[in-house]
Design a protein around this ligand. Sequence first.
Ligand code: G6P
Length: 366
Amino acid sequence: AAAEKGPYRHYMLKEIHEQPAVIAETLEGRVHRGRLLEEAFGHEARALLDRTRGVHIVACGTSYHAGLVARYWLEELGVPAQVEVASEYRYRAVVVPEGTLFVTISQSGETADTLAALRRARGLGYVGSLTVCNVPESSLVRESDVAVMTRAGPEIGVASTKAFTTQLVALRLLAIALGRRRGLDAARERALCDELEALPRQVEAALRLDEAIRGLAEAFADKSHALFLGRGVFYPVAMEGALKLKEISYIHAEAYPAGELKHGPLALVDAEMPVVCTLPRDPLLEKVLSNLQEVRARGGELFLFSDGEVEIPLDRYRSLPLTDTCPSTAPIVYTVPLQLLAYHAAVLKGTDVDQPRNLAKSVTVE
Ligand code: G6P
């Protein structure tokens, strides 16, 4: 099995580096000349999407974070979206508005809670079910009306990486498909598809930060806590960054929407709790910067992944630039350095990166 890792020390690192190739695979035959090829979702899909007015997304773990990112994308295109973890969804009363599509997201397609949620959803009046999944012969694929495969290939590392970014790509395709039915015009669709096609190159560029991120990770290896901040669609990206760090390095990491800092977590900020934040060039940039000012004022050490053109008016920070991103896909690119940060922190701590204690790749029992 060691041979399958090629030049990489761990499956996780190999899978992180596979992302440009597998993202291209996810797009293959689905986007062409600035258009989404909806037929690629299968012949059942069109009728189902035509009947869809909104979506309920249910998933667990990293796949849940993909759903949270998708909510921002869908609502921006006028599609009402709710997202919930499967273990909660399956046991509560749910009101299903007319025209709601039930969407599951799963790497394995076998997660017990997600599968139980799908089975329960059947009696609740949804227009149908769609799964975004990585394993073709899995239970979720067999039991859903439509399956959009992520095509990431086998993922061995327990901490999900390439499955997550390909889920996000698949969810962008879904957002465009539903957006079309909400007035997304051809010119805008072309722009969004072009942004998708630029992703393999952009993720490749983000991977070149690997060495520099290893340097940053040294500041984390002896810490017990870390805080990840983001706003808007980058809040769930921060959640995923925090999850990666805690899963494999056992450092307690928490994600917060930066605007919520003053309602609690600021009390914890000191030099012993590194604060990680993404700083894309987006409409919330000024807001995030002022939140980071509050962190600095309490002596918090900042580790930033920022757009190369952003000016950072802070007295002290360490930052690495992402120079090639597009608005609609930046969350995918910004995820990559967070994966690498967790990876290097774990390697420095000497934990079992591919097989973290107490965790399983696929949780097939409740
Ligand atoms: C486990 C894995 C996670 C994964 C989650 C959901 O907790 O360790 O990496 O995100 O299950 O799995 P799924 O296969 O449904 O995406």
